[in-house]
Ligand binder design. Structure first.
Ligand SMILES: [Ca+2]
Length: 264
């Protein structure tokens, strides 16, 4: 969260109370906030042809905080998931844990390498909010080094270096953001590293200046007139219903492509 603090410090707005609340969300690193390998419930190796959805929380949120929209969506997806759909969440600082799991889950013959068939054997969907949005894009970029395709990335008010450029191993990407007045504004435009390989589905802007959003899941200090649009967006059910729609559509697409001829 150091980078977010520096980002905030550059702001010229008198957001003292709001920033104090942000500090609550950005509490110092605590081991229990990080997911450990044992916290991942999906099996390794993953069944061939299955789908793995991984969501990344922002700030220093605990990886399984049930009040945060990233986690709430994951739990909804798990509820209605078929036997071949697996959903995990992690903090944005725990990207390496998920990356190592993906390698373990795909390396079916346990030789420590991913051959082409292994790399393409599971449909991977990544999403995240705030620094978690950037983590989703960074993980996709890391998976490219292993020639692992990513079906879809979804960013919600994404913050982080390089989060605008979607690597060419990603098939589809969508970005939700707000640019309301305030010190924290998401990435307004993502673009494809290679437009022939990646389809940018949309950059969708939301507005919160005149909108109330139920903030009861956030710390009390983060509520009221100083509530940042960045936080409202994290709690906006309309946004997360849209994210869910994109992810569910991608899951169905993957499954349909499996039935109608080949994994890809
Ligand atoms: Ca292997």
């Amino acid at each position: 969260m150091t980078s977010s603090v520096s980002l905030i410090s550059r702001a010229v707005f008198p957001w003292t109370a709001a920033l104090a609340a942000l500090a609550l969300l950005a509490a110092p690193c605590a081991a229990e906030k990080r997911i450990r390998r044992a916290g991942i419930v999906a099996p390794a190796p993953l069944p061939e042809g299955s789908v793995l959805v991984a969501g990344f929380l922002g700030a220093w949120e605990r990886w399984d905080n049930p009040k945060r929209s990233v986690r709430k969506l994951a739990l909804r997806l798990r509820e209605g998931a078929g036997p071949d759909v697996f959903v995990e969440t992690a903090g944005n600082h725990s990207r390496a844990t998920i990356r190592k799991f993906i390698h373990e889950a795909l390396d079916r013959n346990r030789d420590g390498k991913l051959d082409e068939a292994e790399a393409r054997s599971v449909g991977i969907i990544l999403y995240g909010q705030s620094f978690g949005g950037a983590a989703a894009v960074r993980l996709a970029r890391e998976l490219k080094k292993w020639n692992v395709p990513v079906c879809l990335t979804v960013q919600v008010d994404s913050i982080g270096r390089g989060d605008h450029l979607i690597p060419s191993n990603v098939k589809r990407a969508v970005n939700f953001y707000q640019r309301d007045p305030g010190p924290v504004r998401g990435q307004p435009r993502i673009r494809a590293e290679d437009a022939s390989k990646t389809e940018i589905l949309a950059n969708i802007r939301h507005f919160y200046v005149l909108r109330d959003v139920d903030m009861s899941g956030y710390p009390r200090a983060a509520r009221g007139i100083m509530t940042l649009s960045h936080w409202k967006m994290d709690n906006d059910p309309m946004v997360w219903a849209e994210v869910e729609g994109f992810i569910r559509a991608e899951i169905v697409r993957w499954q349909a492509e499996r039935i109608t001829g080949g994994i890809r």
